[in-house]
Write a new protein. Structure first.
Length: 241
């Protein structure tokens, strides 16, 4: 619009040019101010939304947050402000959140949602062993992609058929669904993998199961058949039960 003014107009009415320039600057300044205000207004609900989601879910994956429109840059800023913290690779939770005794199980469940706690980790979950595994033992389907996880340490076992799908319980811990084999299935699994965990561990689990009445004998026999260890378990069941 400045170029549209004639030289005569510009010399005769210099105030018009100055007024236009001032108005243009005011408009630009107002636009920047509005952008700043809009950015501030939008960022506050986003932060509140993230904190509410994490409070409800406990631990969240970056992939889940991205699906809600919350990206790594925003997460990094919240982490720098001390509002959230990393719970593992690709995992975030509220800063200072009280840690569960099953924290590693929660992290593993988020990173491998299709897996289920098995063997030593299932025994630990059900308080049926004196073992304290430093790895999280998980079962996934045969042929499934092996998860690449740095933390927590995982011990992956491949199950198939009913041995994979039967006997899974879902427990809600700090907003996270943790899948774990039930007591009877876990005991049968221990006898199936006795060469990996030790027969003494399997027998300890069976004795504790009997002593605390955590499962019925017909339940254990059912899963022993699924795991194809009926003949292996029969003499121990007769002796202990």
């Amino acid at each position: 619009m400045i170029t549209a003014l004639t030289m005569t107009d510009s010399f005769q009415e210099p105030s018009l040019v100055l007024q236009y320039l001032c108005n243009s600057r005011d408009m630009q300044g107002g636009s920047n101010a509005m952008a700043t205000i809009k950015k501030t207004v939008n960022s506050q609900p986003a932060t509140t939304r993230v904190l509410k989601m994490m409070k409800r879910a406990g631990v969240m994956r970056t992939r889940e947050l991205a699906g809600q429109g919350v990206y790594r840059v925003h997460l990094q800023r919240l982490e720098q402000r001390g509002l959230i913290e990393r719970a593992g690779r690709g995992l975030y939770r509220l800063a200072g959140a009280e840690l569960s005794e099953h924290e590693s199980f929660i992290e593993a469940a988020k990173l491998v949602p299709h897996g289920a706690l098995c063997l030593l980790s299932a025994l630990d979950f059900h308080n049926l062993t004196t073992q304290d595994p430093f790895e999280v033992w998980m079962a996934i389907g045969r042929g499934a992609h092996r998860p690449r996880v740095e933390s927590p340490l995982l011990r992956i076992h491949y199950f198939s058929g009913p041995a994979l799908t039967e006997g899974i319980e879902e427990h809600r811990i700090e907003g996270v669904t943790v899948r774990v084999y039930n007591v009877a299935k876990t005991v049968a699994d221990c006898f199936k993998f006795r060469n990996k965990i030790g027969l003494d561990v399997a027998l300890e689990a069976l004795r504790e199961c009997r002593r605390e009445r955590r499962a019925r004998i017909d339940e254990i026999e059912h899963y022993a058949e699924i795991c194809r260890v009926t003949n292996v378990m029969r003499p121990y069941l007769e002796a202990i039960w």
